[in-house]
Write a protein that binds this ligand. Structure first.
Ligand code: EPZ
Length: 430
């Protein structure tokens, strides 16, 4: 690649082949990002294992380095020494590159007493407000210097533990409050907290640094803040498997027909996804030690209704992928997106491939078609891009997907993983 030349990747898929093989589930993007933020609380060296190779992880490591951390990445193992922070301002160019940079807020505020971060706000799937994050931090004694021109400045000479009730079980708000609460004076109780497995993984990491935290997964989380005492530990933590990556690959094989053996999965984390895949007609078995198998004849039937909801409901991050699958299931399916207000934009691209989808607000009505046909389409967000890959694999003919940078944020070497199970997919740089 010539220096200074913008390199744009496309994925080229020759669809129609049945897929079959074995995939090891990678570490979870939405677990490793908050845990990387949490390492900022530790005046020692944290070792994280099973970290996925993703652009968002690289961006997060650049942010940690900019704050003064020494980081060392060796494959899926990352060492972070946060004993000597030198800044509390997250570089704008990095914050804008990663939607979830707001995840750092609570940790930097707790450790440094102030934080400056650019907050890009809305994106393809919704406005992504942070009112719940800010209201909770203010309750703990933080002063918000306003969000002007997308720059957010928060100060807190001291954080006070308190009881917080979230209007909605926001994953990011729960994570930010947990991190701020670690260094607050006294106990913080978070009610209506998010119950996602990634929250439990964050709690497990924090416990390894000596923080007294409990209740993750139950909806009520209690954190005994250490106040001015330093958190200093040498934790070693293995990131949980990525339930959305697992669900995405299962949906791909369901759509093309074939058989998949997933290893390194956690059955309960993908229970709601497996429930839907069984209902469309896949044969699914699970075995001890994290093995899940799926078989599909590729001729599947519609689902009368799928509603996304917070964990343990059907995950919003699997909504585009299940819609792509349902596009070629016989009959009419209805999918309701209750978490984000604008998460059906990718269906315009599926329609270019012959999908028959009618979107009314937060509801998509999908009439299954016999065949999808290959087309040139554009990914504009991470999971919408995954949906286009699934449709391309199941379609007749060639599909060219641009905007692959979005997909690389959440799927590690996606074309390599899929080629190994028989997909005819390649990446071309332009
Ligand atoms: C996390 O985003 C995930 N990202 C998202 O995954 C996931 O879709 C989402 O949780 C829901 O499960 C990471 O973990 C990095 P929320 P987050 O706060 O924390 C509203 C992917 O594809 N809200 O639970 O931003 C918000 O607008 C990504 O991997 C407020 O109104 O999600 C949304 O409608 C996409 N005010 C709803 O709550 C707030 O202060 C859920 O958002 C915060 C959120």
């Amino acid at each position: 690649m010539l220096p200074g030349v913008l390199c744009v990747s496309n994925l080229i898929i020759a669809g129609g082949s049945r897929l079959s093989g074995i995939i090891e589930v990678p570490g979870a993007k939405n677990a490793v990002l908050p845990v990387l933020a949490a390492t900022l609380l530790n005046n020692g060296t944290s070792i994280l294992e099973n970290c996925p190779e993703l652009d968002d992880v690289h961006t997060m490591l650049e942010i940690l380095s900019a704050l003064g951390c020494k980081t060392n990445k060796n494959g899926s193992r990352i060492e972070i020494d946060a004993s000597n922070l030198t800044s509390s301002s997250i570089p704008e160019v990095l914050a804008k590159r990663m939607r979830s940079s707001i995840i750092i807020l609570g940790a930097v505020l707790a450790r440094c007493g102030e934080v400056i971060v650019s907050y890009p706000g809305g994106c393809e799937i919704g406005m992504r407000p942070i009112d719940m994050h800010l209201r909770a931090l203010e309750q703990m004694g933080a002063e918000i210097d306003g969000v002007s021109q997308g720059m957010l400045k928060v100060k807190a000479s001291k954080l006070q533990g308190c009881e917080i009730l979230l209007d909605y079980p926001s994953v990011g708000a729960t994570e930010n409050i947990m991190l701020a609460a670690c260094c607050a004076e006294g106990e913080t109780v978070i009610r209506n907290a998010a119950k996602e497995p990634e929250i439990e993984d964050l709690q497990e990491y924090l416990k390894k640094t000596g923080v007294d935290v409990s209740g993750a997964g139950s909806g009520v989380i209690r954190i005994q803040g250490v106040g001015s005492r330093k958190i200093k530990a040498e934790p070693v933590h293995r990131i949980i498997p990525d339930r959305i990556a697992a669900g995405t690959y299962l949906a791909a094989v369901a759509a093309t027909g074939g058989s998949l053996v997933l290893t390194g999965a956690i059955y309960d984390h993908i229970g709601s996804i497996l429930y839907c895949l069984r209902r469309v007609g896949c044969r699914i078995k699970s075995y001890p030690g994290g093995v899940v198998t799926l078989e599909s004849d590729g001729h599947l039937k519609a689902l009368d209704l799928v509603r996304t909801s917070p964990y343990p409901g059907f995950p919003t991050d699997m909504q585009p992928q299940i819609v792509a699958l349902l596009s070629k299931c016989s009959g009419t399916s209805v999918v309701v997106e209750t978490v984000f207000e604008n998460r059906f934009r990718y269906t315009e691209q599926l329609q270019k491939m012959g999908a028959d989808i009618n979107v009314q607000g937060r509801t998509a009505i999908i009439r299954g078609v016999e065949k999808l046909k290959g087309a040139s389409v554009e990914a504009r967000d991470l999971r919408g891009g995954a949906a286009l890959i699934i449709a391309g694999l199941a379609a007749e003919g060639e599909t060219r997907i641009s905007g692959v940078g979005y997909i690389d944020r959440g799927y590690e070497k996606v074309e390599r993983v899929l080629s190994r199970i028989g997909a005819n997919i390649k990446r071309v740089e332009e």
